[in-house]
Design a binder for this molecule. Structure first.
Ligand code: NAD
Length: 505
């Protein structure tokens, strides 16, 4: 039985749901709220048998069931009903993500609005799904390019945007006609369980969407399963490499959304009020636990001292607090191991010569004492060889490095292994376009940070992954193409067929 009330004193129980039915394995994982250490959920950990049953249910639904054969309008109708259910239960879903993940409730509400919007957008794309036709290869030849669902998609989701990232994948896969096995993070399972229930309520045929709950054991079993046609994975670069390794034997197509180390490039000609606000938002949004966190400030040397002083002043006023408090800006880190990792980076930064401009340690005063909080921190005087410049810290930590001109800014922005996003602040249109083109990242924000309309493709360069999520490109990831070469009339002779048509003409 799955319970999802956020007011219960009992931990919520989450289990895998295969073709609508609960399915358990023997191991369970306890989840403790990062804000206060109270046990909030127990997650049944799917093993390879449970994953196998989920993949077989999805396979049957794809090969024999009605879903891939329905019209785009029919699939869109189901997705639209789910979007309505997400909206109707928005507060409940936001509370689950906030409590289990520690994200501030006001941000969790934004995630849920985004999840509904993505689901509606995917419904529109389902209606528009189309291939192509070539009619220019002679009067007796027609080339049809059929766009078909890729098959069974395995979706592996991280903890930092539990409902949102699930909905960057799931409705797109379903809209294309795929069947799905999804695995949320063991740390934040609640909203995925509820969304699975919404699909049942919305009339999705049995077996089309199956949820496996659990940790890396379940994720690994999914990644290596020969019955999967596509793995769409969002998570760390290290786990992404393991997913690629696991998929090698079955040659499963893999789509990877991985880590990041984005820079905010602030030029002297920027609107500095706007830039200061955007740089801090980009660094501390979602407690800095965000793949597109703008965690490196690159600021032009002529304005650096004044700009950093201004940021430090504003940073000291950011509210660190309980996730369920509406006024909180920055909540706790996701788990104690991660807290230790973030604090370890602060130590390393200091040892390597960074200067703490503000923050710099754990926040544990008053009602933060039993939670996993870090003070919003700015590390100044950071150089490109330092660990904190290069590695993803994934906490509320901003590093500051200066640059001389656009070429220097571009070189420093591109100097890291990641390439997910960057932002730039300038009012000079020539510079905006030239720098945007030179940045090696899948997204560039100009005079803004962390905007993500559902119709803009999103994904990485370099160690941030490959493939795209959202936009038409994100939908197309879940499809494959079939070329149908049609010749009408009589062929002139038997041998005419042995040469490619382009050669014969
Ligand atoms: P993670 O890699 O630890 O886990 C991600 C998911 O993979 C979880 O569901 C986890 O249970 C599962 N998993 C763990 N081991 C696995 C294995 N061997 N095989 C298959 N699945 C396995 O990542 P995380 O800590 O949950 O998330 C944080 C990371 O995700 C950060 O690096 C962040 O930058 C990245 N991220 C990227 C994007 C993006 O769009 N590029 C978005 C959000 C987060």
């Amino acid at each position: 039985m799955t319970t999802t009330s956020t007011t219960t004193k009992q931990p919520r129980q989450y289990t895998s749901l295969i073709a609508g039915q609960p399915r358990t394995a023997s191991r369970a994982i306890s989840r403790y709220a990062p804000s206060n250490g109270v046990k909030v959920a127990e997650v049944n950990a799917a093993d390879s048998n449970v994953v196998d049953a989920a993949v077989k249910a999805a396979r049957r639904a794809f090969d024999e069931g009605p879903w891939p054969r329905m019209t785009g309008f029919e699939r869109a109708a189901v997705l639209s009903r789910v979007a309505d259910l997400i909206d109707a239960h928005a507060e409940e879903l936001a509370m689950l993500d906030a409590e289990e993940g520690g994200k501030p409730l006001k941000l969790a509400r934004g995630d849920i609005g985004g999840a509904a919007m993505l689901t509606r957008y995917a419904a529109a794309l389902a209606v528009e799904m189309r291939g192509d036709t070539f009619t220019n290869s002679g009067p007796d030849f027609t080339g049809l390019v059929l766009r078909e669902p890729i098959g069974v998609a395995g979706l592996i989701v991280p903890w930092n945007f539990p409902a949102l990232i699930l909905c960057q994948k799931l409705p797109f896969a379903l809209g294309a006609g795929c069947a799905v096995v999804a695995k949320p993070s063991e740390l934040t399972t609640g909203s995925a369980v509820r969304i699975t229930e919404f699909y049942v309520e919305a009339g999705l045929p049995e077996g089309v969407f199956n949820l496996v709950t659990g940790d890396g054991e379940a994720g690994g079993a999914l990644a290596e399963h020969a019955g999967i046609d596509l793995i769409s994975f969002t998570g760390s670069t290290a786990t992404g490499r393991r997913v690629v390794e696991a998929s090698k034997q079955s040659l499963t197509k893999v789509h990877l959304e991985l880590g990041g180390k984005a820079a905010s490039l602030v030029f002297a000609d920027a609107d500095l009020d706007d830039a200061a606000d955007g740089v801090l938002f980009g660094a501390y949004f979602n407690c800095g636990e965000c793949c597109v966190s703008q965690s490196r400030l690159l600021v032009q040397d002529s304005i650096a001292a004044e700009f950093v002083a201004r940021l430090a002043d504003a940073s000291a006023r950011i509210k660190v607090g309980q996730p369920l408090d509406d006024t909180t800006d920055v909540g706790p880190m996701i788990h104690d191991g991660h807290l230790a990792k973030v604090l370890g980076y602060l130590d390393t930064g200091a040892k390597e010569g960074a200067r703490v401009a503000v923050g710099g340690s754990r926040a544990n005063a008053g009602d933060l004492a039993s939670g996993l909080y870090v003070q919003p921190t700015i590390l100044d005087s950071v150089t490109t060889d330092m660990t904190v410049f290069n590695e993803e810290i994934f906490g509320p930590v901003l590093t500051v490095t200066t640059f001389t001109d656009a070429a220097d800014a571009i070189a420093k922005a591109n100097a890291v292994q990641y390439g997910l996003s960057n932002s730039m602040w300038s009012k000079n249109i020539d510079r905006v376009l030239n720098v945007s083109k030179a940045l090696k990242s899948g997204t560039v924000y100009v005079n803004t940070a962390i905007d993500a309309p559902p119709n803009m493709p999103f994904g990485g360069y370099k160690a941030s992954g490959y493939g795209r999520e959202m936009g038409q490109a994100g939908f197309d990831e879940y499809t494959t193409l079939k070329s149908v070469n049609i010749r009408t009339g009589r062929r002139a002779g038997t041998f005419a067929i042995t040469a490619p048509r382009a050669v014969r003409r």
